[in-house]
Design a protein around this ligand. Structure first.
Ligand SMILES: Cc1cc2nc3c(=O)[nH]c(=O)nc-3n(C[C@H](O)[C@H](O)[C@H](O)COP(=O)(O)OP(=O)(O)OC[C@H]3O[C@@H](n4cnc5c(N)ncnc54)[C@H](O)[C@@H]3O)c2cc1C
Length: 295
């Protein structure tokens, strides 16, 4: 069966191709500037989309292309979800959101997705043709032979950009971090964040935070927020410091391989989600943990 991946990001498209190329034959459609970098991941063809990169232009083009494909996979970004919605409506096909697993069973697709804000995982069998893919679907794996690239022109867009403002951020990409130290409201105040610096150094980690820390108090930039309305991360180790473990936070870090939690409240929900839990005051626990790690 043939599938098309659309993404504005070659890295995210590469994750989908790498995760599913043993099951499906893939072509990938990306904006022109991403075409070369996605050509190293084993797609049959890379379609380089040239023109005004607006959602409706991508939606129209991908809808046309879908005459030749059985499935469309779209990594779940803001643009990706918009395009998936456009295509699904244009084709009159149902779509399945945020899949973390995919297989074909008797010509139908069987998928797993997070449900109820990340509280549970739902497995369904459906006739869906359009699927959005949760971040961290698979590790991108390069192949030796490059895909052939063909250029297609995007149709005109009815969208005019009136102004653009660069979003303030640190340029950090916590989604690709292997070790994350994530702080919550338990840290108390911005000045106390330095308590985790030695821990970050000891574990070679990237700093992240819960929504109150990143959005409400803005102690960290928004691109470090983990959760339902933040980033979905899948590090090898996730150290949650002063985070209660509400379901909207868990939705963003459930893909972590090992979870360590430090919280002074032994009934905090984070202890139900962790592999190693330390009940105690983070200001006392962290120095001891760092000393133990550094030997
Ligand atoms: C639609 C929606 C989307 C949301 N999206 C997100 C999201 O993307 N990400 C997200 O994180 N949240 C999100 N939330 C908010 C979420 O519901 C929680 O409010 C939030 O995760 C709580 O953050 P927290 O754990 O940092 O704070 P709190 O829940 O206040 O927890 C602080 C924890 O720190 C502990 N603590 C305090 N002092 C210490 C100390 N000295 N030592 C050790 N432990 C200490 C406390 O025991 C407590 O468990 C969303 C909510 C909604 C409604």
């Amino acid at each position: 069966m043939k599938a098309l991946v659309f993404s504005e990001s070659s890295t995210l498209a590469a994750q989908v191709i790498s995760g599913l190329k043993s099951v499906l034959d893939f072509s990938v459609a990306v904006p022109k500037d991403q075409a070369d970098s996605v050509s190293e991941y084993g797609a049959k063809e890379v379609i380089s989309l040239d023109g005004n990169p607006q959602m409706d232009a991508f939606g129209k083009k991908i809808s046309e292309l879908m005459n030749s494909y059985d499935f469309l996979f779209v990594p779940s970004t803001v643009l990706g979800r918009e395009v998936a919605g456009y295509v699904s409506a244009a084709l009159g096909q149902i779509s399945v959101p945020e899949i973390s697993k995919f297989e074909i069973v008797d010509s139908k697709c069987k998928t797993s997705s997070l449900s109820l804000g990340g509280k549970s995982i739902i497995d369904i069998i459906s006739d869906a043709k359009v699927l959005t893919v949760a971040p961290g679907f698979a590790d991108p794996v390069k192949v030796s032979e490059k895909s052939k690239i063909s250029v297609m022109t995007l149709p005109d867009s009815s969208v005019s950009v009136i102004s653009e403002e660069e979003k303030k951020g640190t340029g950090v990409n916590i989604e690709s971090a292997k070790v994350i130290v994530s702080i919550g409201r338990g840290i108390g105040k911005k000045e106390s964040i330095s308590i985790v610096d030695p821990l970050l150094k000891a574990v070679h980690g990237e700093l992240a935070g819960s929504r109150p820390v990143c959005l409400d108090y803005q102690w960290l930039s928004e691109d470090r927020q983990v959760g339902l309305s933040g980033k979905k991360v899948n590090p090898n180790v996730y150290i949650a410091v002063g985070i209660s473990g509400q379901i909207q936070h868990i939705a963003g870090m459930r893909g972590s391989k090992i979870v360590v939690a430090i919280n002074r409240d032994k009934s905090a929900p984070i202890f139900e989600e962790c592999d190693y839990g330390i009940v105690g005051d983070l200001f006392q626990v962290i120095p001891k943990l760092v000393a133990a790690i550094n030997g």
